[in-house]
Each structure stands twice: as C-alpha cells, then as structure tokens.
Design a binder for this molecule. Sequence first.
Ligand SMILES: O=C[C@H](O)[C@H](O)COP(=O)(O)O
Ligand SMILES: C=C(OP(=O)(O)O)C(=O)O
Length: 360
Amino acid sequence: MAQEQVDDLNIESQTLLITPRELKAKLPLTDSARNTVAAGRNAVRDILDHKDHRLFVVIGPCSIHDVKAAHEYADRLKALADEVSDTLLLVLRVYFEKPRTTVGWKGLINDPYMNDTFKIEDGLHIARQLLVDMAEKGLPTATEALDPITPQYLQDLITWSAIGARTTESQTHREMSSGLSSPVGFKNGTDGSLEVAINAMLSVRSQHRFLGIDIDGKTAITVTRGNPYGHVVLRGGGGKPNYDSVSVALAEQALEKAKVSTNIMVDCSHANSNKDPALQTLVLENITNQILEGNRSIVGLMVESNLRHGNQSIPADLSQLEYGVSVTDGCIGWDDTEQSLRTMAERLRHVLPQRMAAQD
Ligand SMILES: O=C[C@H](O)[C@H](O)COP(=O)(O)O
Ligand SMILES: C=C(OP(=O)(O)O)C(=O)O
C-alpha cells in the first residue's frame, strides 16, 4: 500500500540562498560606512541615555521601491541633517520589509521588481548595496526587523531598528531584538495596547536562547546578551491617536510602573495621523509644543516622508509608476518635510540643551 505523504505537503519549493558571509564579502562594509553606523548608534544610545540633548528623527519613505529615488531623497536629507544637526539627529528610514495586514507587496527584499517574480536574492543584494551607499553618504539608517533571518545580512549597516505593531507581541521578534546590535523601538499594538510594547521591553533586555542562523547560513542555537537599548514607540491604534500629552503622560506612568525605560518615541504616522499624511506635520508640531511645555520623556520621532506627497497603488504596467511617490502608506512630500523639520529645530534649539541639563 502506498504510504501517504505527511511532510512538506504545502511546500512548493526551496532554493538555497547566498549566505550572509558571501553577501558581505561581495558588498563589504567599508571603513567610512562603518564609521557612519558606529557614530549613528553611539548618538542614538547617548540620546537614550540623556547624554546628548538632541531628538532623533527616523524619517523617510514608508518603503523603498526605487533605488534612484532613494538616492535623491537621501542626498536632500543629508543636506538637511547637516543643517539641523545641533538639535535633531536625522536617521534615514530605509524600510525593505513590509508587514501586511492581510496580503500585498511585502517590500523590496521579497519582490524587488514588484512583479511577483519574488527575486529575494536580488532583493538582498539591492538592499545591502543601498545601505552601504547611504552609510557612505554619512547618513545613519533605520529599518524594521521583520524577517528573523535578514539581520544576519544587513544589521551591520543599521543604526536603529523597529519592531512593528504587528510583531511586538511575537516571542520570535523579542528574541531576535535581544541580539540586535542597534537600539530597537517597539511599537504599541495595532489595537493601541501599550502593554505588549512594555512586555517586549521586559523581554528584550534579557538573555535568550533560540534557533537562528549563523553567518554561514547554518541553523544555530543562538545565545544573546540582551539589548539594553529598547524603548517604546507610540503609533496610535484602535482608531485613536496616542501622541497627545495625556496619552504620553499615561505611557510614562505605565513605563515607570513596569520599571522599564521611560524614553518615548512618537510615530507621527500610522494611527497617530489616521494614515492621512498631511496630519503628520500637525503631530510633529504638537510634539514640539509638548517639549516646549516641559515634556522630558519624548526622545525620538518617526515621520513617513518621500520626494512627493501621498501614495499610489502599484500599477500593472510599472512604467506608469509616479516617481518619488510611496507605494505603501502615504508620505509627506519634500517641501513639507524640510519646512517642518527646520521649524522644529528652530523652536527647540535652545530648549533641548536646557531640558537635558535639568535632567542631571
Ligand atoms: O506602514 C505600512 C503599513 O501600515 C503596514 O505595512 C500595513 O499595511 P497594510 O494594512 O496596507 O497591509
Ligand atoms: C508598518 C509600520 O508601522 P506599524 O508597525 O506601526 O504599523 C511601518 O512603520 O512601516
């Protein structure tokens, strides 16, 4: 009697991938890129330790889909970053992996040509090359650590990592974060729950043992040291924002009670702007006001910004794509980006050093 197949019933195929070591040998971390990453991480850590008075702002497209546009955006951001560097540390948002509510394009690594060919190996090459290029421009970068395997390929180039609202409660992501070399922000849940992010912070600072891959792509029992630089990111949820001063004060209380870091980052996008990109600048302005009025816990911001305002769906004919426009969530355009960050820097220039001095 024929034996019924019981394993791999739903696996169509598996293809071996370039290993992290091989990819890093092809696209190495250059000395200048290494300096950018080290300086970026040290600056973010100093901000989280209240040794640097600045706010860090993770800003850039919701997702990267066009390398040329990413370079143009980065060149503009670098000039702005230099201009406001006494007050704001700008970190380029370079998101290659998109967590979807149901289904949709999952980002440049998964489907770099946006045509359902899913050339993941090409995606990893394009992503790593772009991160090397950005670091060589002197721009620190931030990304969402979504797939637990990709950090072995890319994390050496990342200054700050996010764990998204859909994965903050996942043990796999908390374990992975405990071994990340960068500081890591945990979003509150999509329903607005801060508790999942607080629990994530309790978990990430601990040592973990779990299954991972090593630099040669072999499955390996991975033992982490724990990541001391976890913090929460308020992104709103359950149909409500949570960037307002009452929500921030309640978050501070909850963090204090849990005996975790009271550092707060505010995501101006997502449920904090009801996914209307134009509202992000109002959130930014509100945070500036809160700091002017004495807030001490807000240390970072996230803004979804692109060369041009809004978003577009991915057309079947890719030649119809509008240049510099997001293919995922809506973003503010460059003019609003520049204006709102310049204004924020001007308004906070003298206040942030005083705020830090008062905290000593
Ligand atoms: O930031 C991006 C999106 O909010 C997130 O990936 C979810 O997107 P979706 O609800 O369109 O799938
Ligand atoms: C998916 C994102 O955010 P969130 O996890 O808050 O939905 C994002 O920042 O791209």
